[in-house]
Structures are given as C-alpha cells and as structure tokens.
Design a protein around this ligand. Structure first.
Ligand code: PLP
Ligand code: COI
Length: 341
C-alpha cells in the first residue's frame, strides 16, 4: 500500500529518500549477490575510475501502480540491453538481462510503498547505475565495478503534466560527436550539456535541442529526450542518427503510431524542416511526451503551435502510452513487466 503522508499528486522530479537501494560488486571477474543498502551514501576508493575518468553509465525506467493494484515496470529488458551496450562501450562488465530485471524487481518490491497510488499521475523512477570503483590512475578501465539500482517516487519532469514547453538551439555547444558517446547513456553526455542547459534555463527555455555536431544542419535530440515531429499529413518522424540515444519511449511510441495506422519515418531531419511540422514533442521516460510549442535559434523563432495547445496526435500518443503503463489500455505488445510482490 502507498505510504501515508506523501503529497502524491504534487511530486516533482527529484531525489527523495526511500527504504533502500540494491547493490552488487564486480570483483575477480564476477558479480556478487545483491544486497540491500539503507544509507544513500557510498564510500569508495579515492582513485575510483568513475571519479577520475568518468567510467560510469546509468539507465532510467518507471514502475506504475495500475488500477487493479499490480505494479508494473515498462520494458525493463530494453533498458537492460541498452545498459549492456553502454557498458561494452565504456569497457565495463555487462549486467546480464536476468540479473538486471531481478535487481529491478527486488528493489521495487522493497520500496513498494513508494510507488504512487493509481490515479495520481506519479510513478516510481528507477535509476540503475554502473560505476568503476576500482582505483585507476593510469588511463585504463577499473578492475572493480559497482552496480546499484536506486528508486524514488516522481511526478512530471516539467511542471504541469502535458503542458507544452519552449526549446532553444544554442549553436555554440554540442552534446555528442558523430562517433562519440551520444548513442549510449553515460554521465559524460549530461556533463557535456550542463553548461548550455543551465544557460537555456536561466534565459527562459526549459529544454535545449541539439543539432548534429558536424554540420549543425540536422536535428538530433533534446538534452534529456528524443525529438519527434508530426507532419501536416500525420506522419510520425524522428531523427536517424548515430549520436542520438535510442529511446525506449520513442521506440514504443513509433509502435503505437503504427498500431494507430499512422506512417512512421526514421530519417535525417533537416533543421529547415522543423517549421513544416504540425506538432513537435520531446519523448523519454522522464518527460513521457512533452509537446514543444516554440523553438528558438538565434533570431529564428519557429512557432509550432499556440502556447497551451496540445496537438491531437501528441494527445493520442500520450494517452496511449500512459494508458498502457497504468493498465487502462490493453498491453498488446507485452511491454509491462509485472513486479512479483
Ligand atoms: N535521450 C536522452 C539524451 C535521454 O537522456 C533520454 C532519457 O533517458 C532519452 C533520450 C529517452 O530515452 P528513454 O525513452 O529510453 O527514456
Ligand atoms: C530518463 O528519462 O530516464 C532520463 O534518464 C532523463 C534524465 C536524464 C532526467
């Protein structure tokens, strides 16, 4: 049962303390058994590779309390596979898919009372984290790693639920090089975007959009989410690029769009095409589907919709994916993984 005394309907997207997280250590070529740890602090070697050389990666998923009381996690196997790809790119040991999903089940179960009640719009955010904890002063991968899964109840990433936001393109900063790390989920990508992100926020834009680093001609993604556009004839379009994170939300929305009989295109999107879109959104675990009503690049201000208008396609996508997650729309693709309680 949900814990009493939490203002479930007004949760933001931030850290809060729960019962525990689960922790595993990789030593001598194998993972330890998982153990629950109550304290949110971690003690590590001062020479840990995550501290010096950024040898770390993470994931993000959500657990939902459905109407019938079941708790489900949305497509955790996909996050497990993505983390395995990221780990390989960062020369870290992969977490086997079964171990990853089992860790998620265990930590969600141990914090069951922090899964927001059905109907509040909240969810339990699940953040797996893999870091090099062995000392490494010459540049090389560590020999010891720590895998943790932390959880916390969250609400909307941008205040107001399905409320459109404005975005900015800041051409002086790139997020990911063409053959860099943009397609994997490493902390360094977010470190690379922090400066521009804070500048954008200070100047009134909650989110910044990145163009391809080489030519600045093609749309890539937002700092925390993928880009999707809906053309005037109702086609779902999303960038095809090696330096964009393959979003599990985007993958799912593309399937929902196809199921709805819409055309879906994954292809390069020139910046000049943005003004042709009828609807634009950011999509991802944290932001779900967040409509973007305006995009500014220097003196060029592209107004996509009215400030408060949510286009019919985005509304439908939002309702469909949230409906599946909260168990009110049939999960025909088997995306919801039930947590054994
Ligand atoms: N792109 C970036 C840079 C992100 O941080 C995220 C969030 O995880 C996404 C896209 C969306 O991915 P997903 O839908 O798997 O959460
Ligand atoms: C997520 O959507 O899970 C993310 O990881 C975005 C995050 C950086 C806030």
């Amino acid at each position: 049962m949900p814990k009493e005394g939490i203002d479930w309907a007004n949760l933001g997207f931030g850290f809060s303390e729960v019962n525990c997280h689960i922790r595993y250590v990789w030593r001598d070529g194998k993972w330890s058994e998982g153990e629950f740890v109550k304290k949110p602090e971690i003690t590590m070697h001062i020479g840990a590779s995550c501290l010096h050389y950024g040898q770390e990666c993470f994931e993000g998923m959500k657990a939902f309390r459905q109407k019938d009381g079941r708790i489900v996690v949305f497509r955790p196997e996909e996050n497990a596979k993505r983390m395995a790809r990221t780990a390989e790119r960062c020369v870290m040991p992969a977490i086997p898919v079964d171990m990853f999903v089992d860790a998620v089940d265990k930590v969600v179960r141990a914090n069951e009372e922090y899964v927001p009640p059905y109907g509040t719009g909240g969810s339990l955010y699940i953040r797996p984290l893999l870091i090099g904890t062995g000392p490494q002063i010459g540049v090389a991968p560590a020999k010891e790693f720590t895998f943790m899964v932390i959880v916390m109840p969250v609400g909307a990433y941008y205040k107001g639920g399905l409320k459109p936001v404005r975005a900015v393109i800041l051409d002086d900063w790139d997020r990911a090089a063409p053959n860099g790390m943009g397609d994997v989920k490493v902390g360094g990508n977010y470190a690379a975007s922090l400066y521009a992100h804070e500048k954008a926020k200070r100047e009134g834009w909650p989110v910044e959009l990145y163009l391809d680093a080489k030519t600045h001609q093609y749309v890539e993604e937002f700092s925390t989410s993928n880009f999707l556009g809906i053309t005037k004839d109702g086609t779902y379009v999303t960038p095809d690029s090696h330096s964009v994170l393959p979003s599990i939300t985007n993958l799912s929305l593309m399937q929902c769009a196809e199921d709805l009989g819409w055309k879906v295109e994954r292809r390069p999107i020139p910046y000049t095409e943005i003004k042709e879109f009828a609807e634009v959104a950011a999509c991802g675990t944290a932001v779900v589907v967040t409509p973007v009503w305006e995009i500014t690049r220097g003196d060029d201000v592209i107004v996509i919709s009215d400030k408060d208008a949510v286009g019919e396609h985005l509304q439908k996508l939002y309702e469909t994916v949230q409906g599946i997650q909260y168990g009110v729309i049939e999960d025909v693709h088997g995306w919801c993984h039930e947590v054994p309680l």
